[in-house]
Design a protein. Structure first.
Length: 705
């Protein structure tokens, strides 16, 4: 039945893509080398084709043409201009003898008069390249050794390399920037290339006029209305009379943009009077709206619950003057228990929840680019688990489930700063958290007392992504280090470390993005965690309940929309009876009650890895395919890679003003849950099924990573 539906869908999509009108349309554009008989080896064919006006028609999911996308009409005049572009491209890359030797237009089906699809085949003879014979930089002989060395190192062309006009121009710019970074604000660099096409060689020369060392002149700031000028000046980190450095000016521009209060920032440098040896600076800003009211809402749906919430907030980015940022937000909501993707029963209880957060941030605190912050938060929410039925067992009865809720109070204060042109971020904070349990359903068990966690935290981020919201290339490294309890008091003592790495790379003319993520977690508890390794734990014992209660807030869990998407939230890792979650009347010693008693207990060691292929579909709609793997173990620093819990699946993204709305469907690959065994260990628990399949569905906002 499923195969028949799939074939019918393919036939329908193929039928939709079959009509192409009466004009020829471009179905493929191919660039080949006459010298190699295949793809060009000397240039990137995708980069060449990306600059052409003759482009292939887009295909839905890379397969079906004419679905969602308009066809690209073939035009001989446009193609002729494109052939000239190709030859110019090759010459700019050092292949001055390159020539388009053939441009064929081949029909998809020459025997079908109704088929107007054509393939454009372009063949190029590259010829021999022009090689850079020598590179000479003059005018730096009398500069300090370190400055001259920096100028030499900045060039992009090297002897023996193919002469590339782009690298030639980039060399002039890089040499000027190298001297500008070392105080030579008035530097001028000219370049000359003598190209001998017959000999296939080029001699390159750069003439440098460094000018005198400079210092900053008067610094003028215009465009301010409400924002205080002293805070803006403090963010520049340079003053009149100090030695000039081009990189400092660029970093100051980025720092002002990062304040979030300016719609535009322009820093102009007056280098027209080198005899004065000073560079007057003019900072031109345009303030954005400083106050905003936010109203909205959202829905969460997965294998655990169905809920929705409202969102209301107010923000002032110049609160009481002084460039203070104040915000307050509340998110009241309700969970429709026990309704979820896997439990399609009508709700029997409405579980209210809310989140209230207040933030106060002071820019230019202590020094120009350090931000001080203090925040407070109050949450009330239910603790829910996956109640999906597992093979051979009756699903848990929702009416018997103890539903624990929490009044959670959080407080945080600290400092944060960006370094190296906002590529490195560091935050140090002191955090206090208290969770006070109550019951939405059933009576509160003995021993379920409040948990207080008090800890300093150091967070570091190294960010070299090309875009924070929609990265296509670069990398991101972060780490969190927490030390809870001990001299900091509280009811929990431990050390918690969690580093993470993300990588991004674009292929096929930047249309497809490959994204990868890897993270590990290490927890070293000082006064709890014994129940993880105790096979004979008494789930009703008050000390056991206290231990498991602490693990709930500090242990590692895996699974969910931002983790392993083949599992529900907290679905990966050790499972077992949790005293304060055992349904009323169930004896966990009986085999038939294991499903109703078993809940995630968390672990002390975590690893996760994810890989995604992201590609556009049409307009704001895009899709991904993903593979997630993870594991959680109860031992300290105990990594286990033979239980990868591999899940794969597709995802759909729809771009909204607040980020992509996404739907992911994760399938647990049966043979890759535990390598070398037919099933997972008993303490892993058993994930429920959706529509009889090993699936989990997640609806969320923003990318998984």
């Amino acid at each position: 039945m499923r195969v028949a539906l799939f074939l019918a869908l393919c036939s329908f999509l193929s039928a939709c893509g079959g009509y192409r009108g009466t004009r020829d349309v471009v179905m493929d554009v191919e660039l080949t080398s006459q010298d190699t008989g295949g793809d060009p080896k000397v240039v990137d064919p995708d980069e060449v084709l990306e600059g052409l006006a003759t482009v292939e028609s887009s295909r839905f999911l890379g397969i079906f043409d004419g679905v969602f996308f308009d066809y690209e009409v073939f035009d001989e005049t446009v193609l002729a201009r494109d052939l000239e572009r190709i030859e110019r491209y090759y010459r700019a890359r050092g292949y001055y003898e390159a020539k388009v030797t053939a441009a064929r237009v081949v029909r998809d089906d020459p025997d079908d008069p109704e088929d107007h699809g054509v393939k454009v085949q372009i063949r190029v003879r590259e010829g021999s390249p022009v090689v850079t014979k020598s590179v000479r930089i003059s005018g730096i002989e009398h500069l300090p050794f370190d400055v001259a060395t920096a100028a030499l190192s900045a060039r992009k062309l090297e002897p023996g390399a193919v002469f590339d006009e782009v690298s030639f121009e980039d060399s002039k710019k890089a040499i000027a920037e190298a001297l500008g970074d070392r105080g030579y604000a008035f530097v001028k660099v000219t370049g000359k290339a003598e190209v001998d096409v017959a000999r296939h060689e080029a001699n390159v020369g750069f003439e440098v006029e460094p000018g005198p060392l400079a210092s900053y002149g008067p610094i003028r700031i215009t465009g301010l209305s409400e924002i205080p000028e002293d805070r803006v000046r403090a963010n520049l980190l340079f003053e009149e009379g100090e030695p000039y450095a081009r990189g400092d000016v660029e970093e100051a521009r980025n720092a002002l943009n990062e304040l979030g209060v300016f719609a535009s920032v322009d820093i102009r440098q007056d280098t027209s009077k080198p005899n004065t040896r000073i560079v007057p600076i003019h900072v031109i800003v345009r303030e954005s709206a400083l106050r905003a009211v936010r109203l909205g809402g959202g829905v969460r749906a997965d294998n655990i619950s169905l809920s929705n919430h409202l969102r209301a907030g107010w923000e002032d980015r110049n609160f009481l003057g002084g460039l203070r940022q104040f915000s307050i937000e509340t998110r009241p909501g309700v969970t429709y228990f026990p309704t979820s993707f896997t439990n399609r029963r009508m709700p029997t209880r409405l579980l209210p929840q809310n989140r209230i957060r207040v933030d106060l941030r002071q820019r230019a605190f202590i020094e120009g680019r350090t931000t001080g912050f203090v925040a407070g938060e109050y949450n009330v929410y239910p603790l829910l688990y996956d109640l999906s039925p597992v093979d051979g067992e009756e699903p848990p009865d929702p009416d018997l489930e103890p539903i624990v809720g929490y009044h959670e109070v959080r407080a945080q204060t600290g400092l944060e700063r960006a370094f190296f042109n906002h590529h490195l971020y560091a935050r140090v904070s002191y955090n206090w958290q208290a969770n006070f349990p109550f019951m939405y359903q059933r009576d509160i068990p003995d021993g379920l007392d409040q948990v207080q966690v008090s800890f300093p935290e150091l967070e570091t981020i190294l960010d070299f992504r090309d875009d924070r919201l929609h990265p296509k290339s670069g990398f991101y490294i972060s780490n969190s280090l927490q030390v809870a309890g001990y001299v900091f008091q509280g009811t929990v003592s431990d050390v918690r470390i969690r580093p993470e790495l993300r990588l991004y790379h674009s292929v096929l003319r930047r249309k497809i993005t490959l994204a990868a993520r890897a993270t590990v977690g290490l927890l070293f508890p000082g006064d709890y965690g014994g129940t993880l390794s105790d096979d004979d734990v008494d789930t009703g014992d008050a000390r056991s309940i206290e231990d498991q209660h602490k693990l709930l807030f500090r242990a590692f869990f895996s699974g969910g929309a931002n983790s392993n998407r083949g599992y529900s939230f907290r679905g990966v890792g050790p499972h077992g009876p949790v005293g304060f979650l055992v349904p009323t009347g169930l004896d966990c010693r009986l085999q038939e009650n294991i499903g109703g008693c078993t809940r995630p207990t968390g672990g002390l060691t975590l690893w996760e890895a994810s890989f995604e292929v992201r590609f556009p579909v049409s307009g704001p709609l895009s899709m991904v395919t993903f593979a997630d793997a993870s594991d959680v173990t109860s031992g300290e620093a105990n990594f286990r890679f033979t239980v990868p819990h591999l899940s794969v699946g597709p995802g759909v993204r729809y771009e909204t003003p607040v980020g992509p709305l996404r739907l992911d469907i994760g399938y647990r690959v049966p043979s890759m849950q535990k390598v070398g065994a037919s099933k997972l260990p008993e303490d892993e628990g058993r994930a429920g099924k959706l529509l009889g399949l090993d699936l989990a569905i997640h609806l969320a906002l923003a990318e998984a990573f």
